[in-house]
Write a protein that binds this ligand. Structure first.
Ligand SMILES: Nc1ncnc2c1ncn2[C@@H]1O[C@H](COP(=O)(O)OP(=O)(O)OP(=O)(O)O)[C@@H](O)[C@H]1O
Length: 527
């Protein structure tokens, strides 16, 4: 704590709203009306730095609430970043002001990883969103000047339509487990209007010295560039903010189109988000190039908070357009939640998370099961784990019913009186063997006229290179010599094996009745 004394604050007057603040009031009330449904029944928090903008928004909420024109009074949340000598003083200042207004206020402490403004912002959102409950709304005092700075900042970073549409007035936010909404009702209100209102009420706001220091991009734009632009057009703030709004509408249209294109081109049955997502190149190439680029942008960005770079989108597009058969190119993307590898196999693009690629290299060991031993009236199903780590688990599950069927096929019968299964010939031993596919092992699939092995088999079944060490064969071994392969499995798919039609028929029955090949992704990655 610093030794600065905390002042006593006057209560914000109720009826003293002059014509200056009509714009602030109208804009806030219009936003309340626009998001009426989303706001209904939800708890509202106001993020208050103690600066001019958020203190002015708190004061206006108070006035309107006391006049019965605002249906809720937000609770204040102040985050103490502990970054400046006066941080504790500011926190105390906000708390004391709120107390004088009889407004609930909570002070949170954030740990900032770094010293820049971006790190402080991230830490601030993290602690505020962790503090509030699911579905609560966080009200922020961003205004038109902030919006114009944001749009300009993104322009000089080379952003696309989404980035250039700036901050959104209403945004759903999810941290994976909880949903919250961010609400910015003042994005069309200028700092000048807020200053006039704050001065009129003599609000005791704090001026953060880093806001005008010019030593980060935002404050440099604020201090040096905006005043220079205003000499060309005095309406520059409103105009840039308006461009942001127009682009926000354009972005909604682009997004809807890309979602539609994505639904058509995504290969759903091979998609295991976020481990593996697959796109059909043939489907994608029915679209004009500009839609292909947008589609790739959306496809890559799935499960990620930040979009891929234009360079990556262009590189992936290049990969999809190659006519040679050298598809060994791998493109790496170090995204926010995960690192991905983007690969092509035949006419499909796959986005694989590195955690999943690592998981694919884990060995699979051979397992055998004496079928009679696993049949018991008390046990309905049997699960075999083929490969597992903290990231993902791959299991094969089958029900007793299936096993009974299998046994029957090999001249065994069900003993209905004891509700169990008995062998006609007690000498016989039937073993279910689950083993990795050997590179030289020849198997007969329904897609070929004769047994195949190695590369030929992979090509027939369209199995990409990275899945080739993740194939297992399920077979029945009779009397320890006769081995009958039934199924070939990958983590995503299964193929019936058999030398003749009747064998293939049995296996397909088995598959139909609950022989399940299960892949579960536990977590999103290592980051
Ligand atoms: N320390 C903080 N605690 C709580 N909320 C904050 C804090 N700092 C900023 N905010 C919220 O984020 C919004 C935008 O942050 P920004 O850095 O532009 O604020 P500021 O200019 O420092 O403060 P203000 O907007 O209150 O004048 C603020 O309007 C406020 O709602």
């Amino acid at each position: 704590m610093t030794s600065k004394a905390i002042r006593q604050y006057p209560i914000v007057p109720i009826l003293d709203i002059s014509s200056i603040d009509n714009q602030l009031e109208n804009t806030l009330l219009a936003s309340v009306a626009e998001y009426h449904e989303q706001l209904h029944g939800r708890r509202i928090w106001l993020a208050c730095s103690g600066g001019r903008d958020s203190l002015a928004l708190a004061a206006l909420c108070l006035q309107l609430y006391r006049q019965g024109r605002l249906p809720f009074l937000p609770q204040l949340l102040h985050v103490n970043h502990g970054l400046q000598a006066d941080s504790d003083y500011w926190a105390q200042h906000v708390a004391t002001w709120a107390q004088a207004q009889q407004m609930p206020c909570y002070i949170l402490r954030a740990t900032v990883n770094g010293h820049d403004e971006q790190a402080a912002r991230q830490a601030r959102y993290r602690v505020m969103l962790a503090y509030i409950n699911q579905d609560d709304v966080l009200l922020l005092a961003h205004h038109a000047d902030d919006q114009a700075e944001t749009v300009l900042m993104r322009l000089i970073q080379g952003a696309g339509v989404k980035g250039l549409s700036g901050m959104q007035a209403w945004r759903e936010q999810s941290n994976g487990t909880r949903r919250n909404s961010l609400w910015r009702p003042w994005l069309t209100v200028t700092r000048t209007a807020i200053t006039a209102y704050a001065e009129q009420l003599k609000l005791p706001y704090i001026d953060d010295p880093t806001n005008e220091s010019g030593d980060n991009v935002r404050s440099g734009l604020r201090r040096d560039i905006m005043p220079a632009l205003a000499t060309y057009n005095p309406n520059v703030i409103n105009n840039i903010a308006r461009s942001g709004q127009l682009l926000s509408d354009a972005q909604a249209i682009v997004h809807a189109q890309a979602e539609q294109d994505l639904q058509k081109s995504a290969v759903e049955f091979l998609s295991y988000p976020p481990a593996q997502r697959v796109l059909s190149i043939d489907e994608m190439q029915t679209l004009p190039l500009y839609r292909q680029r947008q589609l790739l942008h959306s496809w890559l960005a799935q499960d990620e908070p930040l979009p891929p770079s234009k360079q990556l989108v262009d590189d992936v597009l290049g990969l999809s357009q190659r006519h040679d058969h050298n598809h060994k190119t791998e493109l790496d993307w170090h995204a926010n939640a995960e690192t991905y590898s983007i690969r092509r196999y035949h006419q499909q693009l796959s986005r694989l998370s590195h955690s999943f690629v690592e998981w694919l290299t884990l060995p699979i060991s051979e397992q055998t099961l004496e079928l009679m031993s696993i049949i018991s009236p008390r046990k309905n199903s049997e699960t075999i784990t083929l490969r597992s780590n903290v990231y993902s688990i791959w299991q094969l599950q089958f029900t007793q019913d299936n096993i009974a069927r299998l046994l029957k096929q090999y001249h065994l019968h069900e003993d209905s009186s004891s509700n169990s299964i008995a062998l006609i010939n007690n000498e016989a031993s039937i073993i279910l063997k689950i083993a990795p596919l050997d590179r030289h092992q020849r198997v007969q699939t329904t897609f070929a006229t004769r047994p195949q092995a190695g590369k030929k088999l992979m090509q027939t079944l369209g199995i990409p290179v990275w899945l080739r060490d993740s194939l297992v064969v399920v077979s029945v071994v009779l009397n320890s010599d006769e081995e009958l392969p039934l199924l070939l499995l990958s983590p995503f798919d299964s193929w019936i094996l058999g030398f003749n039609k009747s064998e293939a028929d049995i296996t397909s029955h088995l598959l139909d009745s609950g022989f399940s090949n299960i892949l579960q992704i536990h977590q999103c990655g290592s980051n």
